[in-house]
Design a protein around this ligand. Structure first.
Ligand code: URA
Length: 234
């Protein structure tokens, strides 16, 4: 999801009806503040969350939203769906239709789902370079053993996408339960990785994304705003 970006002089001109030539004069005179700093550069690119004021009059002040949801099984990670309830339907907030999902979960996966309207934040979180850890608790139909650890760490070739998965960490919790840490999010990745062992996943639950943990505070289907430190330090 792209953030809405605009050139500062054009934004002010459209917002106030002042012609661009005069806007440039106002900028040169230091009468425009962007995020609390005097802005003189006509080429400055702002987005929908830049705080902009002219001569003390606020032209734009939108606060971005960052939300965590405890996604239940059976709810679809989409903003609209014909058949199933969506994660947006579970939210009780005015700006819910402005939010997008940061890293989907399958219909039958539960756990931590992040939503925001800040395209720059979600892009950073999802970028392959950023390598944000996603930790899942996985319940398997058949027993697992040490050979899984080696195979997950080595990466697996997915012919459909023609890629080899990034090294993934697998920790055995008990015979039928593992914790898996991924730094990427390929289509049905965990199910396909266990599929190589012909071992069906019967339960999948996301515990954390980077430093953001689902924790015990939320009941299934509940959501809350992220704290400032969760937003900054993820
Ligand atoms: N891997 C899967 O197979 N499903 C998910 O929802 C997440 C990771």
């Amino acid at each position: 999801m792209e953030s809405k970006r605009a050139r500062l002089d054009r934004f002010i001109s459209v917002k106030t009806g002042i012609n661009k030539k005069y806007v440039r004069l106002l900028l040169a005179k230091g009468q425009v503040l962007v995020d609390g700093e005097i802005a003189r550069d006509i080429d400055l690119i702002i987005d929908q969350f830049s705080h902009v004021s002219l001569d003390g009059q606020v032209l734009q002040a939108n606060a971005p939203s960052y939300v965590m949801l405890y996604k239940p099984v059976g709810v679809v990670s989409a903003t609209i769906d014909d058949k199933h309830k969506t994660v947006i339907d579970l939210l009780d907030r005015e700006d819910k239709h402005s939010l997008h999902i940061v890293g989907r979960l399958d219909l039958n996966t539960s756990g931590l789902l992040l939503l925001t309207n800040d395209g720059r934040w979600s892009k950073k979180l999802m970028s392959p370079q950023h390598k944000v850890d996603k930790v899942y608790r996985v319940t398997l139909k058949n027993p697992i053993d040490e050979s899984y650890i080696v195979a997950f760490a080595a990466g697996m070739y997915f012919a459909f996408e023609d890629i080899t998965t990034q090294p993934a960490k697998l920790e055995i919790v008990d015979d039928h339960t593992a914790l898996v840490t991924l730094v990427e999010g390929r289509y049905h990745q965990i199910k396909r990785m266990f599929g190589r062992f012909r071992n069906p996943v019967i339960g999948l639950h996301r515990l954390s994304v980077g430093t953001i943990e689902l924790g015990l505070q939320l009941a299934v289907g509940e959501s809350r705003d992220l704290s400032e430190s969760e937003i900054q330090n993820v």
